[in-house]
Design a protein around this ligand. Sequence first.
Ligand code: WTA
Length: 629
Amino acid sequence: MPENIDTLLKESRLYRPSAQTMAAAHIQDYESAYKKSIADPEGFWSDVAKELEWFTPWSKVLEWNYPWAKWFVGATCNITYNCLDRHAKTWRKNKVAIIWVGENDQERVITYGELYRQVNRCANALKRLGLIKGDRVTIYLPKVPEQIVAMLACARIGVIHSVVYSGFSAPALASRIQDAEAKLVITADVGFDRGKVLNLKQVVDQAVANSPTVVRVVVLRRQTPAAPLSGPKEIDWHDWLKDEKAVCEAEQLDAEHPLYILYTSGTTGKPKGVVHVHGGYMVGTYITTKYVFDLKEDDVYFCVADPGWVTGHSYIVYGPLLNGATILTAEGKPDYPNPGRWWNLIERYGVSIFYTTPTAIRLLMRYGEDWPKKYDLSTIRILGSVGEPINPEAWEWFHRAAGGDKPIMDTWWQTETGSILITPLPTVPLKPGSATRPFLGIEADVVDSAGNSLPANAGGFAVIKKPWPSMMRTIYKDPERYKTYWNTIPNCYTAGDICHKDEDGYMWFMGRADDVIKVAGNRLGTAEVESALVSHHSVAEAAVIGKPHKLVGESIKAFIILKQGEVESPALIQSIKDQVLHELGKIAVPSEIDIVPSLPKTRSGKIMRRVLKAKELGQDLGDISTIED
Ligand code: WTA
């Protein structure tokens, strides 16, 4: 593994919270709250857990048999009881839980009471098919409310859901169904993507043909006339639910009972089935949603993810519902039918919390600031970013676009961590490009490969030093692979990300350890070089890789997408190189720059640098089941 990563990026801007943000915040003084939380993490987490409802209490907060953790030992609970019953019992039963907008602008508004009834009907229907606690169900649905209903219905009766993003191909879906040995697949006839109709049912037909464990397929038919089904294996969603009762008691589950499996791409080989459980995951997603987004009763919370990814699981479905929030969720892409789509939705529904990704922000930047300017965005209070390092340029743009005075929560976490771990709270002073500080109860550090803490500004591995409630419990059917997360660096959870801490303890993520480029004895993270590239006024997006070089070890090759209207020329390439020289120094200047129309990305928007590299070097591309095109 690489050692001593060089840090070149210097960012000195600091944004302090406004008086308004300060006045509203749940956590006024991060420093003292953090100190208190890590002096006694188990005390902190058990106090959080007490804000939720449990059927029976725990006898022990944490049982830690390195690297295996159990949280809230002996307790019983059900995450859906806290997402639904806890609210449906109170005045919140008539509060809006979900506002859904389809790609064609169709709107559906679902209250907590109605969501409770729909989930219960679906849970009863699952039971009628003979599904029992511990069985697995694959959900391959577009971003429609039924996707959320199906997830919660499974969880309600202790069935383990495996949501597969509806853009995946038949072989990718089949491998996930087979690994989970799912008995049931829930799908739709079609999904929509920038006006195109995606035939999902066809994909499922192919995948199920090779998946002998699947006994039934439920199909949500969105088109008229409805496509024919071949019974009895295939059932229509509405027929399936129509005679079911709207009451189904939540199963009382052990806190450690699995809630879901979510497949995440490994860099090579087959995808990993990350397993999360009811109790700890519920506690982690609940409190991070509440504190990071400073959630209040009257907020309208808009997260653009898809429940096919972990961000959708934790911050569209579970975290916000645990808090009784009003969630806006919209099918479709940020630039369809035009690049004003999201700003328009924010204006239309009075969104106050807006959580998105650097990739989407960079995409919207390409179309310029006139788009957000067309809309009234004054309801926004808090912004969020997740999924990749947000380069300072994109940070500044997002900040300006949304009004110039709303704090951006740059939240660092992973499928494996379940909930946000490194993040500002709204009252923490912000530095553009830094995910700032650990969340309460989380001990994070930057270390060398032996696990020694590194001094300020030295680059190394981001690690978490103690278990936390929402951590994954295992990799499905592959415990050895789980152990590598805790064995790579002694006594730490290793995220595979490189990072440095500055003098103020702020954490700056610099990319994946696997992507580090070694130039003439220096080790550079991809994020810094890419950030310098996109700080050039003509550059929309950039990805860099290292290429073997006889003299310097590796040389840097950059792939660049230009902003709309920019034209490639030798002078432009030179001025981009000069920009990197100016921002980071000679060592980081790419020796080659290719202008490209698009970059290989995962369907969740992350650049796949290893694919660029394999292609460049004429090597095997490895597992590309998650690639967008
Ligand atoms: C990257 C997404 C920098 C990181 C929730 C991590 C980030 C991987 C950030 C996990 C951030 C996510 N700053 N990098 N704020 N958020 N990452 O599993 O490399 O899809 O390891 O989970 O995304 O991706 P995953």
